[in-house]
Each structure stands twice: as structure tokens, then as C-alpha cells.
Design a binder for this molecule. Structure first.
Ligand SMILES: NC(=O)c1ccc[n+]([C@@H]2O[C@H](COP(=O)([O-])OP(=O)(O)OC[C@H]3O[C@@H](n4cnc5c(N)ncnc54)[C@H](OP(=O)(O)O)[C@@H]3O)[C@@H](O)[C@H]2O)c1
Length: 330
């Protein structure tokens, strides 16, 4: 890292948790590695460790992971890398997606399953207490209350400091709030997936629920480095190859949007990806964005988003581009 690289210092209060987190955090889905249902192709563990260390050097004070990312592998890589750091970042993980010996993934929020997931995460992450544990998906839906009660009990027992949810609707969060307040929410939020801004983000803001927005560059599609050739050359176990946003007719529109972001970024000395991330941070309900980084170089390439303030004119240019697009049927 060059000595001239600045560290992030600005933090925001993370909902009800009393944690103060930097406006970007490091996401570790892709560093779970290849050969499972939602893999991003192969990943070099030493590059992952460098990405985690670089994030810490740049002042990023939190990491998001999940047991299912690489079926335990991401948590192991995070646990090992964080153990070598002098100042430990907050580490957030999840429950609900479990797997069998053939790495086939399924959902469970049964109390017993939640308890054994948390025990396994504490071991992989090498911590007595998990900083934040989130229900990854509200599935099976009939088990969400059971899973939430189990998390609340683990919080009382001191195994988890804070509890939150991910991918939940307002109605589902209301069901949980009758049992124990929802401290945090992790929704998908990007220029390609802005839907949560209608109901879910206003609800979170009103109820003082901290929000960490995931996939702000739509998993690299808005980074400014994606091309049809790159997508064609992706390994067979990169889930993005199968995603409709990475295919026509949506791909051309998404890449055109990324060019609009490139133009806007020029005025700020920022990359298209940083503009995409800053757009999510512009929403008043959003505490911070979770950004995936597979190398130290990538971390250096997006960390500037935390400080980037888009102008009203920038926001208007993006909105004009979006509203000029004809509806897509496929
Ligand atoms: N709760 C949930 O259900 C859920 C779902 C999705 C994500 N998440 C969380 O949110 C995190 C972030 O989401 P995400 O990883 O899907 O998407 P993202 O942050 O929008 O994109 C990350 C990807 O963009 C590329 N990239 C990163 N920095 C770059 C740079 N400087 N220049 C060019 N390309 C760069 C990398 O992919 P390539 O180099 O391979 O292109 C990287 O893996 C995840 O890691 C995970 O922690 C949670």
C-alpha cells in the first residue's frame, strides 16, 4: 500500500446497535471460493487475506460474511485473516442456509439448527461472541419466529452481541419485532435493484434499524470493468453467468448505465463502481454499503466511495438515464 493512501475515519451509528461503522464494509461472498451452488469461480485464499488486510489498513472497520459462502470457507478465511490484525474489525455473519456433505444448500430456521450454526461460526471466526448475526433469508417463512427466538436467546446468553435480518419484507420484520426488536437489515440495493427504496428503507429509517446495503455494484456489473467478453470467459461455476442482468437484453442497458456512471465519476476522480456505491449511500436510510473485494487492488479501487458525495446534478443525470429507458419484457 502506498503511504499516500488515506484511511477512512468517518463512521455512522449502525441503527440500534451502538456500533459505529464506516460507510463501506468488506463483503466476502466471492472469497468463499469455487465449486458450490452460488460460487464466483475459483479464488486464491492469499489474495483474499490481502484484501481483508488492505481493507483494515484503509480504515474499513467491518466485514460481512456468512457460513454458506463457500460452505464455511469464507468464515475460515475471515477468521484466520482477522486473527492476524492488531485492531479487529467488527465481523457480521448470518444463519439460515445450511449444507450437506455434497455441498447441497437448503434453508432451516429451526432453533436447533440456528444454535449449531452459531456454534460453528464462532469456531470458524475464532470469537467467543459474534458482533452481529443476521437471518440470511426469511426461509422457510413459517420458521422465522422460531429462528428469531433462537437468536434472541443466544444474544441473552452472550454468544451474539446484536441480531438482524437480511432480505426481509416489512411484514416479516413486523412479525419479528413483536418478539424482539430488529436491530439491523441487510437488503439488496443498487441502481439495478432499487426496489427496497419504496417501502423497506423508509420502514427501517422510521424504526431506527441500521441498514447495510448489499451488492451496490450489482456484483461487479456496474464496476466499469465488466464486458460481454469477460462474462463469456467466466468459469462455469460463476453464478453471474446465469443471472439475467448479465445477459441480453438487460446487459447492454446495464453497461450503458455504467458508462453514465463513468462520465459522472470523471468529475470526482472516481470510478463508475464508486459512483454506483455512492448512489446507495445517498439514501438517508442507508448506514453503509457492503462491497465485495477479491484482492487488495480491488479494495483500493472502491474505498473512495465512502467519501464521495454525489451532487443533485449527478443524481438527476442518473435518474434521467433510468427514466429514458424503454420497458424490458425479458
Ligand atoms: N444477504 C444476502 O443475501 C447477500 C447477497 C449478496 C451479497 N451479500 C453481501 O454483500 C457483499 C457485496 O455484494 P457482492 O459481492 O454481490 O457485489 P458488489 O459489492 O456489488 O460487487 C463486488 C464484486 O465487484 C468486483 N469488484 C470489486 N471491486 C472492484 C474494483 N475496484 N474494480 C473492478 N471490479 C471490482 C469483484 O468481482 P469480479 O472481480 O469477480 O468481477 C467483486 O467481487 C457480498 O460479498 C456479501 O457479503 C449479501
Amino acid at each position: 500500500m502506498s503511504e499516500t493512501h488515506e484511511r477512512l475515519t468517518e463512521t455512522r451509528e449502525f441503527g440500534r446497535t451502538r456500533m459505529h461503522i464506516t460507510r463501506v464494509g468488506l463483503g466476502t461472498w466471492a472469497i468463499g471460493g469455487g465449486a458450490w451452488a452460488y460460487a464466483w469461480g475459483p479464488q486464491d485464499d492469499s489474495q483474499s487475506a490481502e484484501a481483508i488486510h488492505r481493507a483494515a489498513q484503509r480504515g474499513i472497520n467491518w466485514i460481512d460474511t456468512a457460513p454458506v459462502y463457500g460452505t464455511g470457507h469464507s468464515e475460515n478465511v475471515v477468521g484466520n485473516a482477522v486473527a492476524r490484525l492488531e485492531t479487529r474489525p467488527h465481523v457480521f455473519t448470518k444463519v439460515s442456509l445450511i449444507w450437506d456433505q455434497g455441498r447441497r444448500v437448503r434453508s432451516s430456521l429451526k432453533a436447533e439448527s440456528v444454535r449449531s450454526e452459531v456454534a460453528a461460526s464462532r469456531e470458524r471466526l475464532k470469537v467467543d461472541k459474534i458482533d452481529l448475526c443476521q437471518i440470511h433469508w426469511p426461509e422457510p417463512e413459517k420458521e422465522i419466529e422460531e429462528g428469531w427466538r433462537a437468536l434472541a436467546d443466544l444474544k441473552d446468553a452472550g454468544e451474539i452481541a446484536h441480531i438482524g435480518v437480511s432480505n426481509f419484507s416489512v411484514a416479516q420484520m413486523e412479525r419479528l419485532a413483536r418478539i424482539e426488536p430488529v436491530e439491523t437489515l441487510q437488503p439488496p440495493f443498487s441502481l439495478i435493484r432499487p426496489e427496497v427504496s419504496k417501502e423497506i428503507l423508509p420502514y427501517a429509517q422510521e424504526h431506527h434499524i441500521g441498514v447495510i446495503a448489499y451488492s451496490p455494484m450489482y456484483s461487479g456489473l456496474l464496476s466499469g470493468t465488466m464486458t460481454p467478453e469477460r462474462i463469456r470467459a467466466m468459469p462455469g461455476d460463476d453464478w453471474r453467468k446465469r443471472d439475467p442482468e448479465f445477459q441480453e437484453p438487460r446487459l447492454s442497458r446495464n453497461l450503458a448505465l455504467s458508462e453514465v456512471l463513468r462520465e459522472i465519476g470523471k468529475g470526482h476522480g472516481a470510478s463508475p463502481g464508486e459512483v454506483a456505491i455512492a448512489w446507495t449511500l445517498h439514501h438517508p436510510a442507508v448506514t453503509a454499503a457492503i462491497v465485495g473485494g477479491r484482492s487488495a487492488h480491488q479494495v483500493d479501487g472502491f474505498v473512495g466511495a465512502a467519501r464521495l458525495r454525489l451532487t443533485q446534478d449527478d443524481i438527476q443525470r442518473i435518474q434521467s438515464f433510468q427514466s429514458e429507458q424503454p420497458p424490458l419484457t425479458a
